[in-house]
Write a protein that binds this ligand. Structure first.
Ligand SMILES: [Zn+2]
Length: 138
């Protein structure tokens, strides 16, 4: 990897904010499960509820959000709606890359006191807690 010099650059960060919003939309285990399952093919809400063991209200709410985000689309089928991914190859590539990154970094993110498994808030920079393993070295 080459070093990058930032001389004279002042990015407005809007692209990064959109990227962060996209990762935020992927930052819920239920939403990820729904998206991952939709890579198998289109599903009705009821199918997803049964196949994933999630409550119907959970599936419906997340699907509505994912549709507004443009990650899934729906089409009517009788009285139900059938949901499918807008772009399965790209989503699969993101998920596969995320898995490789997790392997490369030893899944340390799971233990992150700020963003790790079981955390529910999005702390401000000044509120970030030191990782336990790092704290032990100080
Ligand atoms: Zn299924």
């Amino acid at each position: 990897m080459t070093m990058h010099s930032c001389a004279g650059e002042a990015p407005d960060g809007s692209d990064l904010q959109v990227a962060a919003a996209m990762f935020h939309s992927l930052s819920d285990p239920s939403r990820l499960a729904i998206l991952q399952h939709l890579t198998l093919g289109e599903h009705r809400v009821r199918d997803l509820t049964e196949h994933l063991g999630l409550a119907q209200s959970t599936v419906s709410a997340h699907l509505a959000c994912l549709r507004e985000c443009g990650l899934v689309v729906s089409r009517p089928q009788g009285r139900a709606s059938v949901f499918s991914l807008v772009s399965a190859p790209e989503l699969l590539a993101v998920l596969a890359t995320a898995e490789r990154l997790l392997e490369t970094t030893g899944h340390g993110v799971a233990l992150c006191p700020n963003y790790g498994v079981g955390t529910t808030v999005n702390p401000a920079p000044e509120a970030l807690r030191v990782h336990a393993s790092v704290g032990a070295l100080r």
